[in-house]
Design a protein around this ligand. Structure first.
Ligand code: NAP
Length: 249
């Protein structure tokens, strides 16, 4: 049913060799988009993702690039435009956690999370908005989190970065709407990936009890929302946060 929805479009997803980013890349590819994705290193996950996406019948290239680095982000975007000609969708997905209570949090824990999660989105949005403005269209999707909306003890760095991604999307929506650029955020709840599998079993059980749908989300649950925001199905939606959390908030 959704085949061809994104035909002729090019989507760039950061941090997409695994987890939610990969699921988004696969979903957009299954709707016909050509895919450019970034990740830190060209490891087996990276190579497998390229092959799995190509098997869906679209173009795909991976770019080893640190999303937190301003210069690398700009060089990567320039290269993608050379390779693909245009970029229509940007998904700011790359993210890390370095949890700890405020009183014990090091400056390094704070800086690394803010830089990888929030500054990376600035880097790519900064590189891409002039391109999208010339194209007079584009969709920017920031992968935030429910803790960016509600906060979470032990994650002040992560929550602040995710709240920042919401502010960034809302501001870009206001600044760039007249050029046809839409910007939105997705706030996932508890999604089963390597990031959450690293949590202790009892913490994961506690999260599950708070979810009315009584299950953790899958990366595909988030990818379905990303497909909506990437495509013209959401042509009059901008500056919004879509919470996808099984009803937890
Ligand atoms: P994940 O499984 O840990 O995957 C994160 C991906 O980002 C990995 O491919 C990682 O690369 C890449 N990455 C990390 N730092 C990077 C950098 N500096 N430059 C480029 N790529 C980088 O995480 P996930 O659960 O899929 O999360 C994806 C996004 O969703 C994150 O922004 C996360 O905060 C957000 N989110 C997740 C949940 C959840 O419950 N899982 C909930 C809310 C929001 P390597 O493989 O090289 O490490």
């Amino acid at each position: 049913m959704l085949e061809g929805l994104l035909k002729g479009k090019v989507a760039l997803i950061t941090g997409a060799a695994r987890g939610i980013g990969k699921a988004i890349a696969m979903k957009l590819a299954s709707a016909g988009a050509d895919i450019a994705f970034t990740d830190l290193k060209e490891d087996d996950n990276f190579k497998n993702t390229v092959e799995e996406i190509k098997a869906l019948g679209v173009e795909c290239r991976g770019y080893a690039s640190n999303a937190a680095d301003f210069e690398q982000a700009h060089t990567t975007v320039d290269q993608i435009v050379k390779d693909f000609g245009h970029i229509d969708v940007l998904v700011n997905n790359a993210g890390i956690t370095r949890d700890g209570l405020m009183m014990r949090m090091s400056e390094q824990q704070w800086d690394s999370v803010i830089t990888v999660n929030l500054k990376s989105a600035f880097n790519f949005t900064h590189a891409l908005t002039p391109i999208m403005a010339r194209q007079r269209g584009g969709s920017i999707i920031n992968i935030s989190s429910v803790v960016g909306v509600n906060g979470n003890a032990g994650q002040c760095n992560y929550s602040a970065s995710k709240a920042g991604l919401i502010g960034l999307a809302k501001s870009i929506a206001k600044e760039m709407g007249s050029r046809g650029i839409r910007a939105n955020a997705i706030a996932p709840g508890f999604i089963i990936t390597d990031m959450t599998n690293a949590l202790p079993e009892e913490v994961r059980q506690e999260w599950n009890k708070k979810i009315p749908l009584r299950r953790g989300g899958t990366p595909e649950d988030i990818a379905n929302v990303a497909l909506f925001l990437a495509s013209d199905l959401s042509s009059y939606v901008t500056g919004q946060v879509i919470i996808c959390d099984g009803g937890m908030l």
